[in-house]
Write a new protein. Structure first.
Length: 311
């Protein structure tokens, strides 16, 4: 199909709560892409999701891929590799969800597939794309000299029926817990600032509570305290400690608004990639694969009770 639109055609794979609240509104408001298509294997669900945005629903994956130039994938991590590899084979740059995959081998396959074809693949680590937090990350990375990092991410999603994501808690989020839901944001941030991780240790607390410790090759050590079943949502913090003292990431005051802006930036980057305008600083599939490798090592540490050396 020939693209007659003035901007690249964009389509979403997935029709859950997250794309309805964030990705689809961002795509509809974007000046960088034209939102045209939605895919779900259930045609009725695809059409119901597509109608409010004035786009077309598809239940045939090949037809959907032929209708777009850029793909956004918003499905659980167990099935994301299938759709990601199909998009790569079709030659479409993508915006992927975190975590990239649960299996490190599948995550590497995704990263390799897009790299081999020279296609941009962004993983939607929101902190890496929200302008205020991205500016803090870039400044911290440039400054260096950090000895330690700490992230506190303790929320009550699994107990809060008023949360719009509660319905997903009984699906993959409830089983995977904070280690695979919220920790990817924390790990991607610490990995970008403090560098490659050499060893991983994890311990389990009550319920979903876990403490993850990362030993970085730079000599820095970082920790992440996480849970999704706390009695209440607790204030989170991302902090660094070093020669410059303590530095704290600016908090998000409106997560949904910030995430929508971040997805719009991801679409800008992908549209630029089609126009041959490369951008160097964005969370790509290689970063996503590295994060999956670290989280899988944390799972092994929890199971064995020992530190895992990443070599």
């Amino acid at each position: 199909m020939t693209n007659t639109h003035p901007t690249p055609r964009f389509g979403l794979i997935g029709t859950g709560v997250w794309p309805r609240l964030v990705q689809a509104p961002a795509a509809a408001a974007s000046r960088a892409v034209t939102f045209t298509s939605v895919f779900n294997r259930d045609a009725a669900k695809a059409d119901a999701f597509a109608a409010p945005f004035g786009v077309r629903g598809f239940a045939d994956l090949d037809a959907f891929l032929d209708s777009v130039d850029i793909v956004g994938i918003t499905v659980p991590p167990a099935v994301q590799p299938f759709y990601a590899l199909r998009a790569a084979k079709a030659g479409k740059p993508v915006a992927l969800e975190k975590p990239l995959a649960i299996d490190p081998v599948e995550a590497e396959e995704i990263a390799a597939a897009f790299a081999a074809r020279g296609l941009a693949a962004i993983v939607f680590f929101t902190r890496m794309l929200i302008p205020e937090s991205r500016a803090w990350i870039d400044a911290a990375q440039a400054q260096g000299g950090w000895l330690a990092g700490r992230v506190d991410s303790i929320g009550g999603l699994l107990n809060d029926k008023t949360n719009p994501f509660y319905s997903t808690a009984v699906a993959w989020r409830g089983e995977a817990g904070a280690l695979w839901d919220s920790a990817p944001h924390s790990v991607s941030t610490l990995l970008t600032i403090l560098g490659e991780v050499a060893e991983v240790s994890a311990v389990r607390g009550q319920g979903d509570l876990k403490l993850l410790t990362l030993g970085h090759k730079s000599g820095a050590v970082s920790s992440i305290a996480m849970a999704m079943d706390a009695p209440v949502n607790l204030p989170g913090e991302t902090a660094l400690f070093g020669a410059a003292g303590k530095s704290v990431m600016p908090p998000s005051l409106d997560w949904f608004a910030d995430a929508t802006v971040a997805y719009g930036i991801a679409l800008d980057i992908l549209a630029d990639s089609l126009a041959g305008k490369a951008r160097s600083a964005f969370p790509d599939a290689r970063l996503g694969a590295a994060v999956t490798k670290i989280l899988a090592a944390a799972e092994r540490s929890l199971a064995s009770g020992h530190r895992v050396d990443l070599g």
